[in-house]
Design a protein around this ligand. Structure first.
Ligand code: ZN
Length: 135
């Protein structure tokens, strides 16, 4: 068992409207989807650059983790997501390795994924997301 490729990089932004235009200019292609994740109080948009995906995240509520992140650190890279084949097995493995999981059960994320986050205190300050494509 190990982590797979980097599935996407998540970037916290204040305004999707503004940043969609910026990333369209940067990448040279439009975002290909927008999705709200109500449980996380975020709205996301996805870009593809070659094989790589960028997820932009805007808070829909001041209670959102994205709003708090921007308040503390400003806009910028929020998380790195790794693709996993079996999220339950990886969560068990990483917990046994001493990492702390922010959710004990996988939850439904954007883009048809089951996700789990690792506490950034245990990963050199980088929030890590595990994600498994749902069937
Ligand atoms: Zn993500």
């Amino acid at each position: 068992m190990s982590l797979g490729k980097i599935e996407h990089i998540g970037i916290a932004v204040k305004s999707l409207e503004t940043s969609n235009l910026l990333f369209k200019k940067l990448i040279g292609a439009e975002h290909y989807k927008t999705e709200e994740v109500k449980s996380e109080n975020v709205i996301t948009s996805f870009f593809k650059a070659g094989e790589n995906k960028i997820e932009l995240l805007e808070a829909t509520s001041p209670e959102s983790a994205i709003a708090k992140f921007i308040e503390k650190k400003g806009e910028g890279i929020h998380h790195i997501a790794f693709d996993v084949k079996d999220i339950h097995a990886e969560m068990k493995r990483l917990e046994a390795e001493g990492f702390s999981l922010l959710n004990k059960e996988p939850k439904r994320g954007a883009d048809n994924k089951l996700v789990c986050f690792l506490h950034p205190k245990g990963t050199n300050g980088v929030l890590i997301e595990l994600c498994q494509e749902i069937g």
